[in-house]
Design a protein around this ligand. Structure first.
Ligand code: BGC
Length: 298
């Protein structure tokens, strides 16, 4: 009999908090109030693995776990560390978290997880065409979809804009650090960034995620933005990462599925399943250049 996973524990690792909840992944809803623990300092892989284990213990969870990290993850290995401790680079994170919890753990990029949740259950549900989700927080994360199929591991927060990395110019953290009003940030930073991204990718749908998608915050800046694409705030708000992480845990359960021409593959699953398999020809992990620096030697 074909086996499908109906619930998984989703964990979203952020710069200030590690949040989790059991999720009904058929409906995209939390099965219990989310539980949050502060991100340990320094946020090394080992310390975070301890926090992940503490969340698992809190929910007395016994099944598959999906976990986000704010970095590119390929084959269960972290490849970049723009806003996290550099010791993450090269860490076999899926294995580390599995050892710490004693459970199967799937790991994926935080923005990809939020995007999966939004396309499956939220603002992008049923969308056909090109959709781009951008999360504005400490950095800028991106998740790109075509007909709801994820092109994983994009890093559009790292394009150059006005001589700076986009996330050093237009992230929510920059708004706070530079004391910008919502209006100054929206018009002076987010608008030029969105224009540039629209020129590069020509999406039909743009979804803005992260903490800034909270209705009160969105009301302060969303209406000031003008895009050719339809522009929407993330519908699942801050739960998107948890829901998308839990959904990615489907990749851990081998399934037999009757495939009809009509249904085809489930788009995000293919990508997240691939992300858990160590690649034979894994590229040497590289640090993402920071502060507008170039990786090219001068
Ligand atoms: C990282 C991305 C991440 C984003 C949001 C960026 O600095 O490079 O992988 O998705 O921050 O956390």
């Amino acid at each position: 009999m074909a086996k499908t996973l109906s619930k998984a524990l989703g964990i979203d690792i952020g710069g200030s908090g590690v949040k989790g909840a059991p999720v009904n992944i058929k409906k995209g809803i939390l099965l219990a109030p989310r539980y949050r623990l502060p991100t340990p300092k320094p946020a090394t892989p080992k310390a975070i693995a301890g926090t992940v284990a503490a969340l698992v213990a809190h929910f007395e969870w016994k099944g598959p776990v999906g976990c986000t990290v704010p970095a590119r993850v390929r084959g269960g290995v972290v490849e970049t560390a723009a806003n996290i401790d550099k010791s993450w680079i090269g860490t076999e994170v899926a294995r580390l978290f599995s050892q710490a919890t004693g459970l199967p753990v799937a790991v994926l990029n935080d923005a990809d997880a939020a995007g999966i949740a939004e396309m499956r259950f939220g603002a992008g549900k049923g969308h056909r065409g090109v959709a781009l989700l951008l999360t504005f927080g400490t950095g800028i994360g991106s998740a790109l979809f075509r007909d709801s199929r994820l092109l994983p591991d994009t890093e559009f927060g790292h394009i150059q804009l006005n001589g700076r990395l986009a996330e050093h110019f237009a992230s929510d953290a920059v708004r706070g650090a530079e004391g910008l009003s919502w209006e100054a940030w929206a018009r002076g930073r987010v608008q030029p960034y969105l224009e540039h991204v629209e020129f590069l990718l020509d999406p039909d749908l743009l979804i803005i995620g992260g903490g800034v998608s909270r209705p009160d915050r969105w009301a302060s800046f969303g209406p000031l933005l003008h895009t050719r694409a339809r522009l929407l705030p993330a519908a699942l708000g801050n739960d998107a990462g948890i829901v998308g992480a839990a959904y990615a845990a489907r990749a851990l359960v081998p399934r037999r599925r009757k495939r009809t021409k009509k249904s085809g593959p489930i788009p995000e699953e293919k990508a997240s399943a691939a992300a858990q398999k160590p690649s034979k020809a894994r590229r040497k992990p590289k640090a993402v250049p920071e502060r507008g620096s170039s990786s090219r030697k001068k």
